[in-house]
Design a protein around this ligand. Sequence first.
Ligand code: AMP
Ligand code: GLY
Length: 428
Amino acid sequence: MGKKVLVVGQGGREHALVWKLSQSPQVDKIYAAPGNPGIAQLAECVAISASDVQGLLNFALEKKIDLTIVGPEDPLMRGIVDLFQSEGLKVFGPSSQAARLEGSKVFSKDLMHKYQIPTAAYQVFDEAQAAAQFACSFTDRGQPVVIKADGLAAGKGVIIATTSQEARRAVDEIMTERVFGDAGQKIVVEEFLQGEEVSVFALSDGLKAVTLVAAQDHKRVFDNDEGPNTGGMGAYTHPPVYTSELHELVDRVILQATVQAMAKEGCPYRGVLYAGLMITEDGPKVLEYNARFGDPETQVIMPILEGDVLPLFEAVAAGDLSSTEVKVRKDFSVCVVLASGGYPGKYAKGFPIKGLEDLAATTLVFHAGTALQDGQLVTDGGRVMALVTQAESLQDALNNVYDQINKVEFANMHYRTDIGQRALNRGR
Ligand code: AMP
Ligand code: GLY
């Protein structure tokens, strides 16, 4: 009998996961909680929030779900994996203890320090004055400094300060004013690293990491990396800066070292390990770990992953990847996010989305913030949807995707026109 899977989440990442799972010959039925209108074309969406872990458990028990795949970090931190496993359910994602790699910057920095995994030099503080003093020791020397809230802060808990005034302000906001709540009880103050950023995605069964692929995200809202940080405005695979020699090093000193360190600490890491790296002149260093797939990186990774993804996720959940093979195509896969004008600040929604029916069949559309209103697809979030294409060359893939974007329309649509440009410039 075919298997029933549940995908937790509602973004473009989850749409890409559902899309890939829908091609599995072993999968009979996909549920998504809560899903979105794009996902609803491939799966049955159920109105349970991704953070309602008890509600998700009840649903999974009732439907006898064979495997649950957790998209976002929030349910991981809430212990969804521990809870499901205690009820004998199979689930793809790290335990809450293992998810501290993402959930606590103090935990992850201390782990890296203890196991000599390359990362920026840092100190941890639980008191504002000492933190500010240390931070200013960088800015007083004319160096920028990075100030990070320990806990999750919706992607906003990292502040790069270039003057002592900015550094003090950042420490005050996080520790004294507690703008991120308890996430700011402790802070990490660290050295500013220079270089190019790469995200590396690996699956881990608790013993070993098996790399999927590297990708590059574009976090700033405007072209040329200007404007505020967003969840991610676009991505592409196989960034040229990430050579195979570099990967050999990263695999050994970062990915395998992290998985081994977690096992030694008594919290084996099972799930997708997303290492955010800075490729510096002194080699690759970890900026942060995430305990989940990236968004929008997943939208570019899933289309070039060969074969059935279900056995991979099952092997991770079972803690044994030794007999599974990961194959990723060499194609460049690119994704451009279409956002609501104003995002990541205030934006209006409810605008009709037009032109999707005119897109080439090879263009993938992954929904994020969309809704159906009286049968009409409308905008319903900051990041509305992503268009994704693949080609043998990055330039072709980009030409394709931007050609297709010209056909899509909604009021106040905003997107970056320079996705992948850094890689193209390198080759020139
Ligand atoms: P994080 O959440 O730790 O990845 O930080 C978010 C973003 O801040 C990263 O993607 C980097 O662009 C930047 N960042 C974090 N730490 C550093 C650092 N030590 N040096 C330079 N940039 C950093
Ligand atoms: N693409 C950034 C993230 O998923 O955190």
